[in-house]
Design a protein around this ligand. Structure first.
Ligand code: OOB
Length: 524
């Protein structure tokens, strides 16, 4: 695939020799006993044999439609059996799913279709009063496939054809394209090869102690790396357990499913963990089957982590990961001190970590610095982004995470902050520059600077500082006006600001850049 940066030959040889990269592909992850339940979605219960057959028939349907090995297909589906089917079918024929989140709107989806030159777009019917099919009519793709009432398009259920012979993708090929949280004006795509992603999900399943008896509840979007492959639903399939799809992490939906299916494990972001800690004190649902709650995507306060075993009756595991690759987990046998106070240590013995100062020099052990990393499942370059790659990677191939960490002698990392211009809104990532670019298109706005404000529930919320044009000062736009404007521009709602502030000028750093630190300090 063009636009993909491979690993250098010496590291490729090392990762193979050490057994991290095997000749496995994503289409082969269904490794459970044929008659055991692989997937529970609504009232559907599919065995491994059912899922395998339906994935293979859907793969044949995609081929008949004209989707080929090497193609990219933007997939935007909620937590439904259709997501699992579309994903497995595409990876089997060697077409790379581009995994958009259900919350994305035209601004993101059009851009993804263009950047990836997608052959097709796969979506659901609606999300509240938003109709994906109406948006699909304007997208630059040959085929639209809808899970549900397809209107003039092709229904996912109709992509059902007699299985055909098709070549198996090469394990070194790009298997899937994940979305980056984004630090620049436009989101980036992360190419994950079959072998690196299979390693990611298998090694994660091992560290988390997943077995064929694991019943894993998916409450985060299945398209997000955490719920997909850390170990996620794919890690469960690879170890023969059962995946249960929930529409959301709300206790009203998730708790009854935990009871009904005797779920043993689940991955959540901190705001959901906090909701669960609260809801468990009044809920009548039986959560006693739960053994492991993975919490990641944003930092979980040590005090809250410590409450999980007592209140929810299960272990807590902190996960500090990124779609770009590197995953850190607290281990099941770590002492409580490490589980509560750290964000875990790297998954793989082949993960290489450096903690550096502003000049790129390694800091003294235990000091705070920026985390750089390379390894057998960390990307070497974003897809089709050479200019950005020149900044995002060191010359020797380390990815600059933009996260500020310190490392304990045990190898565990504590996340101390962030250098990148991004707001982490309870695990949802908002690129300040992307939002600023949209705001600058508003007729009343002369300049905009977006910063995070601390929030007890979300960790951070988004505040937009605006310098208004003189003509707009008499009747400044309200937060509602700005949200309506961003909705009309097709920006996902989680990226809209939670708060507006106006300013006459922005504080500057000595080199003349807007000082986000000073702006954020103004708020507190
Ligand atoms: C996960 O992936 P992304 O790509 O949405 O976001 C990655 C970024 C990290 O660079 C870091 O800034 C932040 O999210 N982050 C955390 C964290 N986990 C992620 N910051 C503090 N504490 C944590 N535990 O968010 C992701 C991917 C795979 C597994 C888990 C999370």
């Amino acid at each position: 695939m063009d636009g993909f940066t491979p690993w250098p030959a010496d590291l490729e040889a090392r990762y193979k020799a050490e057994g991290h990269w095997k000749d496995r592909v994503l289409g082969d992850v269904l490794r459970g006993d044929p008659d055991r339940v692989a997937l529970v979605a609504g009232d559907d219960r599919l065995t491994y044999a059912d899922l395998d057959r339906r994935a293979e028939r859907t793969a044949a349907g995609f081929l008949r439609l004209g989707v080929r090995a090497g193609d990219r297909v933007v997939v935007q589906l909620p937590n439904t059996a259709g997501f699992v089917m579309a994903f497995l079918a595409l990876v089997r024929i060697g077409a790379a799913p581009v995994l958009a989140l259900p919350a994305h709107r035209e601004s993101e989806i059009r851009y993804l279709c263009e950047l990836a030159e997608a052959r097709a777009y796969v979506c659901g019917e609606t999300d509240g009063d938003f109709d994906y099919r109406a948006m699909a009519r304007t997208l630059p793709v040959e085929h639209v496939v809808v899970d549900g009432d397809a209107q003039e398009f092709t229904a996912l259920a109709d992509l059902d054809a007699e299985p055909v012979e098709h070549p198996r993708p090469d394990p070194s090929d790009v298997g899937v394209l994940l979305l980056s949280g984004g630090t620049t004006g436009l989101p980036k795509l992360i190419p994950r090869t079959h072998r690196d992603y299979v390693y990611n999900l298998e090694a994660s399943a091992e560290v988390c102690g997943f077995t064929r008896d694991t019943v894993y509840l998916v409450v985060l979007p299945a398209a997000h790396n955490f719920a997909l492959a850390c170990p996620g639903l794919l890690g469960v399939f690879a170890t023969g357990g059962t995946v249960v799809l929930a529409p959301s992490g709300s206790p009203d939906e998730a708790f009854p499913l935990i009871e009904r299916e005797s779920a043993t494990a689940c991955a959540v972001v901190p705001p959901i963990a906090l909701l669960w800690l609260d809801a468990a004190t009044w809920s009548d649902d039986d959560l006693s089957s739960l053994e492991l709650l993975q919490v990641g995507g944003a930092k979980l306060a040590a005090e809250r982590a410590a409450e999980v075993p007592g209140v929810l009756g299960c272990r807590v595991q902190q996960v500090f990961g990124m779609a770009e690759g590197l995953l850190n987990f607290t281990r099941l046998d770590d002492p409580p001190e490490l589980v509560e106070r750290t964000q875990g240590r790297p998954l793989s013995p082949a993960d290489e970590i450096r903690v550096v100062d502003a000049d790129g020099r390694t800091v003294a052990p235990g000091e705070v610095g920026e985390l750089l990393t390379r390894g057998p499942y960390t990307l070497r370059g974003y897809y089709r982004a050479p200019a950005h790659n020149a900044r995002a990677f060191t010359p020797d191939g380390y990815y600059r995470t933009g996260d500020l960490v310190r490392q304990l002698p045990s190898g565990h990392l504590i996340v101390e902050g962030r250098e990148k211009d991004q707001i982490n809104r309870g695990g949802d990532k908002v690129s300040a520059e992307e939002l600023e670019d949209h705001l600058l298109a508003h007729p009343a706005i002369h300049d905009a600077a977006v910063v995070g404000v601390p929030d007890p529930m979300m960790g951070e919320r988004t505040c937009a500082f605006l310098i208004l044009r003189d003509a707009a000062k008499a009747a400044p736009p309200t937060l509602r006006d700005i949200k309506d404007f961003l909705r009309d521009r097709g920006l996902a709602a989680y990226k809209w600001p939670d708060r507006l502030e106006t300013a006459d000028a922005f504080p500057r750093t000595p080199v003349g850049k807007v000082s986000k630190k000073a702006l954020a300090a103004d708020l507190t």
